[in-house]
Design a protein around this ligand. Structure first.
Ligand code: FES
Length: 106
């Protein structure tokens, strides 16, 4: 499982052989600047990412809890998702996202 992540400054980090259960876990394991304050409960919004256009349709739709949280995150875009709600299945091999500015440590 491979994932590509652009950080808030535009730097690209390619993560290879990822075994984390969710994208949020993979990002944190890699030491990137992601607060993820609630630890994956879809209740903080600080794991906000923008999903690359080519991958958006391949993700499961956001459930009601993720959708409610996305309604209040900073700088929401059509491509916004909570990385803690993205399970890293093999169908998502190559997933590419960008960390949202508001997801950084403050
Ligand atoms: S870690 Fe809090 S919403 Fe994802």
């Amino acid at each position: 499982m491979n994932v590509k992540i652009y950080d808030q400054k535009g730097g690209l980090l390619a993560l290879n052989n990822v075994s984390a259960p969710t994208l949020m876990n993979a990002i944190r394991d890699a030491g990137l600047d992601l607060t993820a304050q609630c630890g994956g409960c879809a209740s903080c919004g600080t794991c906000h990412v923008y999903v690359d256009e080519a991958w958006r349709a391949k993700l499961k739709p956001a459930d009601e809890f993720e959708s409610a949280m996305l309604d209040v995150v900073e700088l929401r875009q059509d491509s916004s998702r909570l990385s803690c709600q993205i399970e890293l299945t093999k169908e998502l091999d190559g997933l590419t996202v960008t960390l949202a500015p508001g997801a950084a440590f403050t």
